[in-house]
Design a protein around this ligand. Structure first.
Ligand code: NAP
Length: 357
């Protein structure tokens, strides 16, 4: 199958290119400002400013794809606040244009949305629950869902994704890559133990998107995630343990509830993955196998020895994780299911502090 992929230099797009090529598909992929090595898996790589609608349409027509997969976005909520026009162009106008084009050409479109379309007060969320975005990024993604479904109702599938882990082409986009960079530059990660995410690997989500490219009967909005909800704090501890890095002084527990950030960060985004889990062969993964596939970005290989060598010299003992039921693995990741979440308690605590809309 010939596939047209936008955002091939991103975390998800880079993984999609590799997964699709391994399965024997021909991938024509776009990059924006990417200046690194050729993206593995792309048969054709083109630099394209995706806000240029005419150039985009010409590129899609030239490629003559059987499916379009949209992994391009302004994916950082902070950047969406700082650059609202750019964010609206990439996160709403681009998917709308791709859906219109897909409809015109009669090709399949797969678009990626986010679990953040929910406000986090009513988890777990089913695909039919009403969206209630509480930040600008999420509002744009919710708009994109409506635009895509309206413009190509019988050709499009939209997948709401959770917080993604994985190895990105540039080594700077995913959770573990950002944490390793922070730690290598001496920064402490303050991570919420009451922010629950059902994290998934980008290559696992890519396999879902690829299945959807050929399952043309599956149209509308869907959800995908990992098999286990974890707190951000637990995830930080598990990532440190995965790479044999002492967490003391590098990962510090923080609480979202009661801070101004709680107004824009949904606390609990567990998802009900039906009906996709009943329809696809790709399975949601537990955390252990996800962590096992993470690698150290090349640029940080040199820093790893120092990072593994013990706590930071100025490290203070962390406020007891055990006290809030969020104690992490002490050394190397032991593959056990996290005991951490206290999801119900967290949701209830959050609900006490905030009225449901
Ligand atoms: N990452 C997550 O945790 C997460 C969670 C839920 C949902 N999602 C969604 O999943 C999708 C993929 O996210 P991601 O994390 O893979 O994003 P990402 O790593 O930030 O990649 C974004 C991609 O978009 C391209 N791009 C951005 N602006 C462009 C422009 N003006 N012209 C051309 N290309 C442009 C970038 O190209 P260059 O880098 O070459 O400029 C890059 O390839 C997005 O829809 C995102 O909202 C992500």
């Amino acid at each position: 199958m010939r596939l047209f992929l936008t955002g091939a230099s991103g975390l998800l797009g880079g993984n999609f290119a590799a997964v699709a090529a391994r399965a024997g598909h021909e991938v024509v992929g776009t990059v924006g400002g990417w200046t690194g090595a050729p993206i593995p898996g792309l048969a054709t790589q083109m630099r394209l400013e995706l806000r240029n609608g005419a150039a985009l349409e010409a590129a899609v027509r030239r490629a003559r794809p059987e499916a379009i997969v949209n992994c391009a976005a302004v994916s950082d909520p902070g950047q969406c606040e700082r650059e609202p026009e750019l964010a609206a162009a990439l996160n709403v106008e681009l998917p709308r244009q791709l859906a219109t084009l897909a409809q015109k050409l009669g090709v399949r479109l797969i678009h990626v949305s986010t679990e953040q379309v929910f406000d986090g007060s009513g988890a777990p969320y089913s695909v039919d629950d009403p969206v209630a975005p509480i930040n600008g990024y999420a509002r744009l993604k919710a708009d994109s869902e409506r635009e895509v479904v309206a413009a190509a109702p019988l050709l499009s599938a939209v997948v709401r994704a959770p917080l993604l882990m994985g190895n990105s082409p540039g080594g700077r986009r995913s959770v573990h890559e950002r944490l390793l960079l922070d730690w290598s530059e001496g920064r402490v990660a303050r991570l919420f133990n009451d922010e629950i995410r059902q994290v998934a690997m980008a290559d696992n989500l890519a396999a879902v998107l690829l299945e959807l490219c050929v399952r043309c009967e599956l149209c509308g909005v869907f959800q995908w995630a990992g098999a286990e909800p974890v707190s951000r704090h637990w995830l930080g501890l598990a990532i440190a343990a995965r790479f044999g890095i002492p967490a003391q002084g590098r990962v510090v527990v923080a609480h979202l509830l009661g801070t101004p950030l709680a107004a824009t960060r949904p606390p609990d985004l567990r998802l009900d993955l039906r009906p996709l889990t009943e329809l696809l062969s790709t399975r949601p993964e537990p955390l252990g196998p996800q962590l096992a596939r993470l690698v150290v970005p090349e640029a940080l290989l040199g820093a790893m020895g120092k990072l593994r060598n013990g706590p930071l010299p100025w490290a203070q003992p962390e406020p007891s994780g055990a006290a809030d039921g969020n104690a992490g693995p002490a050394s190397a990741w032991d593959g056990r299911r996290p005991r951490c979440c206290g999801v119900t308690a967290v949701s209830k605590a959050w609900m006490r502090g905030r009225a449901r809309p």
